[in-house]
Design a protein around this ligand. Structure first.
Ligand SMILES: [Zn+2]
Length: 206
């Protein structure tokens, strides 16, 4: 199927104020923002940021998220240790919230981003509508990605209040936050219109 794109129509959209301009215009005459037919280097930027986020999720999941100092000694726990702890201690819903927010959602978002890149790179037009729905979904859940940090902060407060133990966040917390922020930038760098572009309309790297 060959649908008509903005490139066919010889226009480009200002992504800031949504005014349409002819293709040769370099700046928006209404808000002054630079104009691009598509976000510049969208594929390269999205790919590098998504790859960086994937690598950051490794220490985020393997290093301790919380370190407990108590009279009986020190104890460190990863994200999954926390999930298992709450599942075993009758607070299954907290375990489920932590699992969804810190394990499932980050990996899901990155899987979607790599899928979108695959659609663009290999011109899978038949998947473009599904890709757009998934893009909107990960854009929407982006703002909930820090939920886990709040859960950790809440747990630290609760445990410190109940016991004579000191809890500090471990190195995984920093890796996790960096992974979340990098994923948000990767999502922003992607231009979903690329999925609908025809092969001969692609600029050098998207
Ligand atoms: Zn504008």
């Amino acid at each position: 199927m060959r649908w008509k794109t903005d490139i066919d129509a010889g226009v480009q959209l200002c992504l800031h104020c949504r005014k349409l301009h002819p293709l040769e215009r370099k700046r928006c005459d209404r808000c002054g923002s630079p104009l691009f037919q598509r976000k510049p280097h969208a594929l390269a930027k999205t790919f590098s940021l998504a790859l960086a986020a994937t690598l950051l999720l490794i220490p985020a999941n393997l290093l301790p998220m919380m370190i407990v100092h108590s009279l009986v000694g020190d104890d460190a726990g990863t994200i999954m240790d926390g999930v298992i702890y709450f599942l075993e201690h009758g607070e299954a819903w907290i375990g489920v919230v932590i699992f969804v927010a810190s394990v499932f959602v980050p990996f899901f978002k990155l899987t979607v981003l790599f899928y979108l890149l695959w659609i663009v790179r290999f011109h899978r037009h038949a998947k473009a509508r599904l890709g757009l729905k998934l893009y909107r979904l990960i854009h929407f859940i982006g703002k909930w990605s820090m939920l886990d940090i709040f859960v950790v902060a809440l747990m630290v407060g609760l445990v410190q209040f109940k016991n004579l133990a000191t809890i500090v966040t471990g190195p995984a917390a920093i890796a996790f936050m960096l992974a979340v922020v990098t994923t948000i930038f990767a999502t922003e760098a992607f231009d979903p219109r690329l999925m609908f572009d025809h092969e001969n309309q692609r600029s050098s790297d998207g």
